[in-house]
Design a binder for this molecule. Structure first.
Ligand SMILES: [Zn+2]
Ligand SMILES: [Zn+2]
Length: 243
């Protein structure tokens, strides 16, 4: 199972980059976890927009789903051009019915609701979900294939069940929206210290810090997380690949 960081910024896409988007691949299957602003453009460095089997959205904040409209238009264009394309499904939760109703588009994009009480099979991937602590309903994801387990925290403040959910993952992609001491738990986000604490309990083989802030020196985030977690920590960057 290969994962490529398509975008990693917190709120908006800095020049030439993107907010949350992670391309997960196994065999011929390609699944995109979140589709924030700039993701559709950045994605094309790694695959065609017609090649995705599915997009799975953690929640409906702009930095996680802003490019869904652009993705729908891309499908319409390529259908019109007769391009060979997959028949993609966008998976989202249904707790915001209005947001969910905008995911499907004509006959080119299907929308399917996921349920955090049930696992979801997409090709070779088995996904399961955990509700996070965030101002709107949001779900962390565990994606398993061929004996490997990757966990993506989506957006959340720290809570012990999140660490339990991520326990023993081969790879943990954790949101790290602030530096040690920043008061961001109230906004449903984690600091480097929180992520270090999470990883120290979950003990992933590798930790990627993502959803990075638009200020400060990101290397400091790694140092601060490392005060809590002794394992391998890397900063997300456009095109970072792990497998
Ligand atoms: Zn959010
Ligand atoms: Zn976010």
């Amino acid at each position: 199972m290969k994962v490529t960081v398509v975008g990693y910024w917190h709120a908006y896409p800095e020049h030439g980059e993107a907010t949350s988007g992670y391309l997960v691949e196994e065999e011929d299957y390609k699944v995109l976890l979140d589709c924030g602003s700039g993701v559709l453009s950045s994605l094309q460095a790694y695959c065609q927009v017609t090649e995705l089997d599915a997009i799975v959205l953690s929640h409906y904040h702009h930095d996680h789903q802003a490019d869904i409209g652009a993705y729908q238009y891309a499908q319409i264009v390529h259908k019109g051009l007769g391009t060979k394309r997959k028949h993609p499904t966008i998976y989202g939760h249904i707790e915001d019915a209005q947001a969910f109703s905008k995911l499907g588009y004509r006959d080119v994009v299907k929308a399917v609701a996921y349920d955090d009480g049930q696992s979801l099979q997409i090709g070779p991937f088995t996904l399961s979900f955990l509700r996070t602590h965030h101002p709107v309903p949001c779900f962390a994801m565990k994606i398993e294939s061929k004996g490997k387990t990757y966990v993506y925290t989506a957006d959340s403040s720290y809570f012990p069940e999140l660490a339990k959910f991520a326990m023993g993952a081969d790879l943990l992609i954790a949101e790290c929206s602030g530096y040690k001491g920043d008061q961001i738990a109230q906004f449903g986000h984690m600091t480097s210290e929180d992520v270090g604490k999470l990883a120290n309990i979950a003990k992933p083989k590798q930790l990627i810090l993502s959803h990075l802030p638009h200020f400060g020196d990101h290397n400091k985030l790694v140092e601060e997380a490392a005060e809590q977690f002794a394992g391998e920590i890397v900063l997300a960057s456009s095109g970072l690949i792990k497998e």
